[in-house]
Design a protein. Structure first.
Length: 247
């Protein structure tokens, strides 16, 4: 692959596969992939959920392994994990930028005894008191409950991922659900550096509205509300295509 390390180039004992689920991410995917160039990785896998824009073209042109399946982050990330070669799986959102030397922080975090998974600290790519409050709330949530979410680039070993049964095929809250199960077999730790994610959702919906919708989904998860209802509230795509995985 052009621009990314081959499996033989990394440390065999702790090779890292980066898995990126996408759906209409043409505008931000190139920047995300560019920041991965030269990193000590096994591979970068983009799993597209049926984009109508140029997402797949961007992924292929930049040298990522590109797979296709129906929309759903859990399903997409499971396919990427299944096709990957690394001992460590890092699940990265297309609008999230990893810090420099992130492989070192991933390996170091998972090497801590008793750790089942990790993630990066949370930072947004924009300023403002509302967004700063969001960052503080996430930091508090992680400190008190050890519950990082997908926009913090969750990483775990392949062994732990398989042990807890992979992602469940949920249209929403798939990251929350995975972390809850990983907590049952070990500690969730934060790397010392932050991953920077796009503030586009908070800009589009407003900080208060986005926060309320997210907290409502958490409550709905615990109350057993049907995931499809929560997905409609969040505006997440829930349609299922009949196309088989390709790539």
């Amino acid at each position: 692959m052009t621009g990314f390390r081959h499996p033989a180039a990394g440390s065999l004992a702790s090779s890292i596969s980066v898995i990126i689920p996408t759906l209409n991410e043409e505008g931000c995917l190139a920047g995300t992939l560019e920041r991965l160039r030269g990193a000590d990785l096994s591979e970068v896998i983009v799993v597209d959920g049926g984009s109508a824009d140029g997402t797949v073209r961007v992924a292929e042109e930049m040298g990522a392994i590109t797979l296709r399946t129906s929309a759903g982050r859990g399903r997409q990330q499971n396919l990427g994990a299944e096709r990957s070669a690394g001992d460590i799986l890092l699940f990265l959102h297309a609008d999230t930028a990893l810090p420099a030397d992130f492989p070192k922080h991933v390996r170091g975090t998972l090497a801590t005894p008793g750790t089942s998974a990790g993630a990066f600290r949370f930072r947004l790519d924009a300023d403002g008191w509302g967004l700063a409050l969001v960052e503080r709330m996430v930091a508090l949530r992680c400190a008190v409950f050890a519950m990082p979410y997908g926009d913090q680039a969750i990483f775990t070993t392949r062994e732990a991922f398989e042990r807890v049964g992979r992602f469940r095929d949920l249209p929403v809250m798939e990251d929350f659900d995975l972390i809850r199960r990983l907590k049952r077999i070990g500690r969730i730790r934060l790397a010392p550096m932050a991953a920077v994610t796009s503030a586009r959702r908070w800009r589009r919906e407003g900080v208060l509205r986005a926060t309320i919708k997210h907290q409502a989904c958490i409550l709905g998860y615990y109350l057993g509300v049907r995931p499809e209802l929560m997905a409609r509230m969040r505006g997440r795509v829930t349609r299922r295509r009949s196309a088989r995985p390709t790539g």
